[in-house]
Design a protein around this ligand. Structure first.
Ligand code: GLU
Length: 309
């Protein structure tokens, strides 16, 4: 296992990528996200033996946004089984932007994968729970198990800011309801989804989730199984094929580490034989990926030859 990355080295790398902090733009289509500070940069590593290294503003909390799609997928698979989930959501990358409605018009009219918004909304719809709050409560307990941290909640301001403006996501849900991919109330599923996306963590908590996925679904400290091994593998495979939006191909070539990004500017990476890596840098490139996150992961991968390919 590679373990010679000191805090000093990590700090140096973070300073090297700092000039990129203003290269992209902070997401503002969810109004509350527009208030993030592009200079809040942080990175954390969580090794398979439980050791951690961190640098930057690691105390800053951010919302998971699309990274939550990996977590909701794991829970929906545990709730419903693979057959049920993949009857309704596909396994193929799209090459389209994450909120695209275009492919839903193709027959069969099901979302191509669980990492785009259509697929993720369908996945949230499948999570067991009679009400949105019950679903979100179950998701939060799952996140508490994944991080061993019961203080984690969701940011109400970000959740309601997205709920009030999520007209595209509403359209995707209505479309899927027409085609019986989702059931029940569109507003209730959107309520659960926006709260799921607004779950708030810091890089250290996120890196721990990456380490658990790398450890085949077992918590590193206790050895407790939180996600079945074959489901952890499915999650990591989706991170490779569609985790970085429609830049997943170039990311696989340049970095080669299973990773999922979110429009808050965070990236969760998970590498078997290494552990978890989390980066936060709110400025996004045109595809929606953290500019600093990409640069830092590329440096790390090249320096330590971490690509899985
Ligand atoms: N809540 C966001 C949305 O649905 C998540 C998108 C993302 O992080 O890619 O638009």
């Amino acid at each position: 296992m590679i373990k010679d990355i000191s805090e000093q080295v990590l700090n140096e790398w973070l300073e090297n990528v700092r000039p990129y902090a203003y290269d992209g733009q902070v997401a503002d289509y969810i109004p509350a996200l527009g208030r993030q500070n592009p200079e809040d940069l942080a990175v954390a590593l969580h090794y398979l033996d439980g050791d951690t290294v961190e640098a930057g503003r690691t105390e800053v909390r951010f919302t998971l946004q699309s990274i939550s799609k990996v977590i909701s997928l794991a829970l929906a698979l545990m709730d419903n089984g693979e057959e049920y989930v993949f009857d309704r959501v596909g396994m193929e990358p799209t090459g389209d932007p994450f909120h695209s409605i275009y492919r839903l018009e193709q027959i069969p009219s099901k979302p191509l994968n669980p990492m785009i918004n259509a697929g993720a909304l369908a996945v949230t719809n499948m999570i067991h729970g009679a009400t949105p709050d019950e679903k979100v409560g179950r998701l939060l307990s799952f996140v508490h198990d994944l991080t061993d941290d019961h203080s984690i909640g969701y940011n109400e301001e970000v959740a309601s800011s997205e709920f009030e403006t999520a007209f595209l996501n509403r359209s995707l849900l209505f479309y899927m309801k027409q085609h019986q991919i989702v059931t029940g109330s569109v507003e209730e599923t959107l309520d659960a989804y926006t709260k799921q996306c607004a779950i708030e963590v810091n890089v250290c908590q996120l890196a721990r989730i990456g380490a658990l996925l790398a450890n085949e679904g077992r918590d590193i400290a206790s050895g407790r199984r939180i996600i079945p091994k074959h489901l952890a593998r499915i999650c990591k495979t989706f991170m490779v094929t569609c985790g970085m939006y429609d830049a997943s191909g170039s990311f696989a070539i340049k970095v080669g580490i299973p990773a999922k990004s979110g429009v808050s500017g965070s990236v969760l990476a998970s590498l078997n034989d290494f552990g978890g890596i989390a980066v936060y840098g709110p400025s996004l490139d045109e595809k929606g990926n953290s500019v600093v996150g990409l640069k830092l992961l590329e440096t790390l991968s090249n320096r330590y030859d971490l690509s899985i390919f």
